[in-house]
Design a protein around this ligand. Sequence first.
Ligand code: NAP
Length: 251
Amino acid sequence: MSLSLEGKVAVVTGGSRGIGRAAALLLAKRGAKVVINYSKSADEANQAVAEIKAAGGEATVVQADIAQPADAQRLIDETVKTYGRLDILVNNAGVTRDTLLMRMSENDWDTVLDTNLKGAYLCTKAAMRPLLKAKGGGRIINISSVSGQAGSGGQANYSAAKAGLIGFTKAIAREVASRSITVNAVAPGFIDTDMTTVLADEFKQKALAQIPLERFGKPEEVAEAIAFLASDAAAYITGQVIAVDGGMVMM
Ligand code: NAP
């Protein structure tokens, strides 16, 4: 059983920053050709590609707002056009619009659901044919969250999207298991990225008190779980949620 991804082609949505970037770098290091998707951060996406190429890997960028059906389809089409196949889809792109439900606008709700949940549906649907064609045991890895497992006050939109992603993971896992495609979710806890640096210090201290390992995680630690699930070593794991959260949520 190997962790090698030699000969595989991977798409990482939201691969320009944070967890997606770390995942793209590690997948490339293990031998995959990687398509780094971004919506706005062109410089960061190009820097990630440059870093992969400098280390001897292969990667390219595709700008696409994954919440838009035509963009999601184009992301997958350009991947197949560039590299001839698709083996691994990491549905990682995500946003937050945190506020109490009483103050949550319909726009806050729609933006988070459209990106975090509908975006995964759109990309997965577009990826299904090439994943089936690749015949090498495709991989879909959805980035959920502890908020989807346990709920998080001030994040009704985000918790709903991330919980939805877990149900989505399990449903698709059942649909495609007979074709040797596995579908799993990774549920990070508090990870040091742009998404969490904006949180108030008081909130961070409260979060820290709930983490048995007494620290926030690193994007690279989440990337390890993603790369494992993408590999042949994880061929018999499907429909699961792997927590990378310092012990925050023990189920
Ligand atoms: P981040 O640093 O804010 O990065 C988010 C990434 O998503 C960026 O690359 C961004 O690209 C991309 N993105 C956002 N909207 C997009 C869209 N419509 N189309 C395409 N790309 C889009 O966030 P992160 O912390 O790495 O989070 C990555 C994933 O892990 C998210 O799904 C998040 O919910 C989840 N997660 C994070 C934590 C945490 O503590 N950080 C915990 C649990 C789960 P642009 O800049 O180009 O828009």
